[in-house]
Design a protein around this ligand. Structure first.
Ligand SMILES: C[S@@+](CC[C@H](N)C(=O)[O-])C[C@H]1O[C@@H](n2cnc3c(N)ncnc32)[C@H](O)[C@@H]1O
Length: 453
């Protein structure tokens, strides 16, 4: 593709993305489907430029005020993520001069640190304020900048090994032999972290379902449910089934695993993944809402229920940077009502002794701890379990470092770790709390309970 045409295509994609009528990843996928002639480098430039501008939108829009020509083109010039010589040859003289003048203020530039804070954190004001307040209340005010910097980077590509098909080490060896560079993930026993973003779909391991793309944090949520052979389990908000597949494999393809979701479309995306995985214990069921009759019939019958609730997704900004511009305080408030309603309905499915997990990929306290505390207050028949102790029992390295609240005193030893079952709802390490800047995963939250009666 000619440099000028590629820059035009970047500008056109940005114009459409910044209308925020559709998620950026959906828009990009559609663009690539409709333009099959695009090569891998052109696709990478288009995708990375779009994501870079979404990540650094406040800064780039500020700098773009000084340029000339259509707004989206100015953003594409400032945020271009392809070969620098390629960009140079797409610019006219005045554009080239303007870009050179802006360069010291771009991310990584010599004068970037002199910019006002909003142009460095690139978050909407409401979100920056909430994160600052929340971190300060937890005594972690210093974590604000490391967090926003990590949210503005692209995420690593993690795989989950389908342990029904082979051990992690053996699959890692197979992938290395196919030319991939990777290492075991630090916490999940099922995970592999790839270097770069190699294409996976043609690999034999992918086609036979031995690997699935899944963030390490997501793997840990499924692990925490500790679903076992022969269990009756529900993945209440299964979506395209990332966690369903991990749960089905943990159950060794035995028992019964219901994959519920209100979106039949998302459940459809689970079907080819299920076919590859070799699982036959999964039952995808599209429901009308969380009080659907098909769910009521299962009341009091299940051993494990995972509620991977619909949420703001603000823990996934590394992958979905447009979410910070698409979310709002009002939308988050509405989500919290939905989250409470879903958790309440899902809890009814458990039998006494059964385990319930409420999880999100949000960073916000109101979608996480606040929902868990409200559930505690309304459900005396559920006892909170300690995520740190559970993960330790599952042999996850450094389990306590993945959970909050952190130990009050440094140097807590394993012997001092709290028991898995605790009625002290504010105990150390009660919640799984994953952060991109600390754990290299997306931001995740999970609270765990056991039904008593
Ligand atoms: C965070 S996503 C799930 C992601 C999925 N568990 C995975 O690992 O890939 C939340 C899902 O909740 C679904 N959802 C929304 N409202 C629901 C409801 N009332 N009952 C069940 N699922 C619901 C959405 O369609 C969406 O697929």
């Amino acid at each position: 593709m000619h440099p000028k045409a590629l820059l035009d295509a970047c500008a056109d994609l940005l114009r459409r993305t910044l209308a925020f009528e559709h998620p950026a990843d959906a828009l990009l996928s559609r663009h690539f489907r409709e333009n099959r002639h695009l090569g891998p480098r052109e696709r990478a430039t288009l995708a990375e430029t779009t994501y870079h501008v979404l990540r650094h939108k406040r800064l780039l829009e500020h700098l773009a005020q000084s340029g000339q020509g259509p707004h989206a083109r100015r953003l594409a010039i400032l945020g271009f993520q392809g070969d620098a010589r390629f960009l140079q040859s797409a610019l006219n003289d005045s554009e080239a001069q303007w870009r050179a003048a802006c360069a010291p203020l771009l991310p990584g530039g010599a004068q970037w640190s002199s910019l006002p804070e909003p142009q460095r954190h690139n978050l909407p004001d409401w979100l920056a304020q909430r994160l600052r307040e929340q971190l300060a209340a937890q005594g972690q005010a210093d974590a604000f900048w490391p967090l926003v910097e990590s949210l503005n980077q692209s995420a690593a590509l993690d795989l989950r090994v389908n342990t029904l098909q082979g051990k992690r080490d053996a699959i890692a060896q197979e992938l290395r032999a196919a030319g991939l560079t990777l290492e075991a993930t630090p916490y999940s026993p099922w995970g592999l972290r790839l270097q770069g973003k190699p294409a996976l779909q043609k690999l034999d391991a992918f086609q036979r379902g031995a690997i699935e793309v899944q963030d390490e944090g997501s793997q840990l949520l499924a692990l925490l449910l500790d679903a076992r052979r022969g269990d009756m389990v529900a993945d209440f908000c299964a979506g395209a089934g990332g966690k369903t597949l991990a749960l089905g494999a943990a159950m060794r393809n035995t028992g019964r695993l219901y994959a519920f979701d209100v979106s039949a479309h998302r459940l459809d995306a689970l079907k080819p993944r299920l076919a590859r995985s070799g699982l036959s214990n999964v039952h995808p069921i599209a429901i009308a809402h969380e009080r659907d009759e098909r769910i009521k019939r299962l009341s009091g019958k299940l051993d494990r229920v995972l509620v991977d609730a619909p949420c703001s997704g603000l823990g996934t900004l590394r992958r979905n940077p447009d979410l910070k511009w698409r979310q709002s305080p009002q939308a988050v408030r509405e989500l919290t009502l939905k989250q409470q309603a879903i958790l309440q309905s899902a809890a009814r499915l458990l039998k006494p002794g059964g385990r319930l997990i409420y999880a999100t990929c949000s960073l916000l306290e109101e979608e996480n701890e606040a929902i868990a505390h409200a559930f505690d207050a309304a459900h005396g028949d559920f006892t909170a379990l300690n995520a740190s102790a559970l993960l330790e029992g599952l042999k996850v390295p450094h389990a306590a470092s993945l959970c909050s609240p952190p130990p009050a005193a440094a140097g807590q030893t394993q012997a001092e770790a709290p028991p898995a079952t605790t009625s002290a709802t504010a105990s150390t390490g009660r919640f799984l709390r994953l952060w991109p800047h600390q754990h290299g995963t997306d931001g995740f939250f999970a609270a765990v309970w056991q039904r008593q009666r």
